[in-house]
Design a protein around this ligand. Structure first.
Ligand SMILES: [Zn+2]
Length: 98
């Protein structure tokens, strides 16, 4: 199943949140959050398989590193997958080329 891509935009609602959001040296990292679409830097044959039904899982969301103060191993993103039959979920920390 392919979920249409829905971009997510960070809206920090406190000074503390504004302080940890984004990178001074990179305008792209920290903004690559989205629901659906395709995961950056990962092909469909790399998608995880559901532990119960053994079918490939659906890509559900990409969550980017928050910023340089809360960086995930040099601007990595978290890819989230779900099985819509069993409702199992998996998350994979991934490096992208973007
Ligand atoms: Zn399943």
């Amino acid at each position: 199943m392919l979920i249409p891509k829905i971009k997510l935009v960070s809206q920090p609602d406190s000074e503390d949140a504004k302080e940890v959001l984004g990178y001074h040296w990179n305008d792209v990292a920290g903004t690559r959050h989205h629901l659906g679409g395709k995961p950056d830097g990962m092909s469909e044959d790399e998608y995880p398989v559901c532990d119960d039904c053994k079918k490939p899982m659906t890509f559900y969301a990409q969550i980017d590193s928050i910023g340089e103060k809360l960086d995930l191993a040099d601007c990595m993103v978290i890819h989230n997958f779900v099985c819509f039959d069993c409702f199992n979920v998996k998350a994979i920390l991934s490096q992208t080329q973007v």
